[in-house]
Design a binder for this molecule. Structure first.
Ligand code: SRM
Ligand code: SF4
Length: 567
């Protein structure tokens, strides 16, 4: 019997080492408390796996590895801390607390993630407990931001007062609560001053069980006209069906995912498939059923194949639906015919539906920092202190200041100029539609640069697009330092994927709304050749496109062979 077809709850004969770490961890405790108290700058191998469930990754400064002054020295360990923020909702005081923590314990920057969360980088182990504790004091959490559990639930960020948006935001909260691990470990380790006497309290994990999921799991909500959450990249997506301004139900999508490994054909990005239509009342049960199916049938032997997308791919939609049905008390009905049509960025000034306004600031690669004349971090501190807005983070790594009176407009306009931050209408379309992951120096998996390299690539592309008369086209560019696809790289018009050092693999043929995958255009392209290589295709697009044809559509129409033949 194949691994995937084992009955519910069966323990496979071969399991990856991480499965054993989870099983022996006493519900995610491991030796974390003792390890935290040790005067050592990093965790042991097991605890390094377990802190992920608590929202942190052990990293080392990869620039320091090359520092000649540090030759022979051990790695410069530090920690990334990720906040799980359903729908990207943050209050003004939470923002100011995170900003303070970033200065006090991290590297002085805040990073908006591609899942509407915040990350801190560069936290030393000696400050880790205090960092996580202080994040919790402002009622944010890092629990389950990483690890083999449900991750941050995404929902379109704005406009706030529109009923459909409100409903999806509140469903995101409901699912986030429902799927949070129940283990008391987080509270005990990070928030409780009292040493826990005797054996730790083991509670029921009714959804996950004691070995949690085979791998990470991701959920997003979307509207046909607002797929800014990239529904098709999610393990589980809910695409709203709206009638007369109200959500009457959702198409439940399953099995999306981006990660792959260069040269391993067994791994690939996959677009989520429509499985069924569910009513709003069936969302929680539907989501729980999909998670339990993954728990029971996901691959626990090979972590590279341990995502829900491989179950769906290997089974097909029919069998997936049949098995899903066995976890549900209501009959599954076929999905409705709902097309995704839009991907709004939400930047600039907008009415939010209740007489108030929101203002979206486009943030290059989500990094909130002060650097030279560009003082975004200080600008946001001042605006948030002054206006006390509610805040939304977007999946495009941008920030929205919400609930503003019209009178805030002149202040924001003036402050943007003073602090050297460009207004969205002064930023090129290609930059507005670009994303990059952190990559080097923090990400241990990066093969190449991304966040630090993309700005120069965008500068070159902007100049070329202007020269070609294509600057008014919306072309999305996403760059990652490795093939894991952390900014959903294989759905954009152009994907730039780290291969090795300064060499990249180029993908083209995705689209702006993120509803299809791109294809490999050229491998092993040196960094300095990325834009010249793309320009050959862009130039042909300029000459031979059909009226209103988008760049990704044109690439798909010509097909991979013709596009590859251009270089
Ligand atoms: Fe990711 C691993 C950063 C969204 C697919 N991701 C990582 C790690 C933790 C590296 C590691 O395992 O050691 C990165 C930390 C880098 C750093 O220094 O901060 C990392 N991922 C990110 C973030 C911060 C990128 C960003 O620019 O914002 C995003 C955090 C989102 C959040 O708030 O939760 C982030 N990662 C994604 C997404 C996009 C999404 O979720 O919508 C994907 C593609 C969707 C998917 O899951 O398939 C993604 N990350 C991965 C993978 C590939 C998983 C796979 O199926 O093979 C890895 C590698 C892994 O898990 O082993 C990974
Ligand atoms: Fe790291 Fe790769 Fe994710 Fe970029 S895509 S953050 S390099 S794991």
């Amino acid at each position: 019997m194949s691994f995937e077809s084992q009955p519910q709850g069966a323990v496979p004969s071969k399991r990856s080492p991480v499965e054993l770490v989870k099983e022996n961890s006493l519900q995610l405790r491991g030796a974390l408390t003792a390890d935290l108290a040790r005067d050592v700058d990093h965790f042991n191998e097991q605890d390094k796996q377990l802190i992920k469930f608590h929202g942190s990754y052990q990293q080392d400064d990869r620039d320091a590895r090359k520092d000649p002054k540090r030759l022979g020295a051990s790695k410069h360990y530090n920690f990334m801390v990720r906040c799980k923020i359903p729908g990207g909702k943050v209050t003004a005081s939470q923002y100011l607390t995170l900003d303070r923590i970033a200065g006090q314990y991290a590297n002085g920057t805040l990073r908006i993630t591609s899942r509407q969360g915040f990350q801190l980088h560069g936290v030393l182990k000696s400050n880790l407990k205090q960092t996580i504790r202080e994040i919790n004091t402002c009622l944010l959490t890092t629990l389950g931001a990483c690890g083999d559990v449900n991750r941050n639930v995404m929902a379109p960020a704005a406009p706030l007062a529109t009923p459909t948006y409100r409903e999806m935001q509140s469903m995101a909260d409901v699912l986030a609560r429902h799927f949070a691990p129940r283990s008391k470990a987080y509270h005990e380790i990070w928030l409780n001053d009292e040493p826990v006497a005797g054996a730790p309290e083991i509670v029921d994990e009714p959804i996950y069980g004691n070995v949690y999921l085979p791998r990470k799991f991701k959920i997003a909500f979307a509207l046909p006209e607002d797929n800014s959450t990239d529904l098709f990249a999610q393990d589980l997506g809910f695409l709203a069906h709206v009638e007369n301004g109200a959500i009457v139900g959702y198409n439940l999508y399953a099995g999306g995912g981006m990660g792959m490994t260069h040269g391993n054909a067994n791994t690939f990005p996959y677009i989520a498939k429509a499985i069924a239509f569910v009513t709003p009342e069936q969302v929680v049960a539907g989501a729980e059923a999909v998670i339990k199916l993954f728990r029971d049938h996901g691959n626990r032997a090979d972590r590279k194949r341990a995502r829900l997308k491989y179950v769906l791919h290997d089974w097909g939609v029919e069998r997936f639906r049949d098995v899903l049905q066995t976890y549900l008390s209501f009959p599954l009905v076929p999905p409705r015919d709902i097309a995704v049509t839009g991907f709004p960025l939400h930047v600039g000034w907008h009415e939010q539906g209740d007489g108030k306004y929101f203002y979206g600031i486009s943030i290059e690669n989500g990094r909130i920092k002060d650097e030279g004349d560009y003082r975004l971090r200080t600008l946001l501190q001042k605006l948030v202190e002054n206006l006390q807005p509610s805040i939304r983070l977007t999946p495009m790594q941008d920030i929205l200041l919400c609930d503003l009176p019209p009178s805030a407009k002149p202040l924001i306009n003036r402050m943007l100029t003073v602090y050297g931050v460009a207004k969205p209408d002064k930023i090129s379309l290609v930059q507005l539609h670009s994303l990059a992951c952190p990559a080097i120096p923090t990400c241990g998996l990066a093969l190449s640069e991304a966040e630090r390299a993309l700005p120069a690539i965008i500068d070159q592309l902007e100049a070329e697009l202007l020269r070609l008369g294509l600057d008014k086209e919306k072309i999305s560019v996403r760059m990652t330092g490795c093939p894991n696809g952390c900014v959903r790289t294989y759905q954009s018009d152009i994907g730039i994927v780290g291969r090795s050092g300064d060499k990249y693999t180029l993908f083209v043929g995705g689209n702006l709304v993120g509803s299809r995958l791109s294809f490999l255009f050229k491998d092993l392209v040196p960094m300095h050749d990325i834009v010249p290589t793309l320009v050959r295709v862009l130039d042909d697009y300029r000459q031979h496109r059909q009226p209103d044809e988008a760049f990704g559509d044109y690439c798909q129409r010509l097909g991979a062979d013709k596009i590859r033949g251009m270089v």
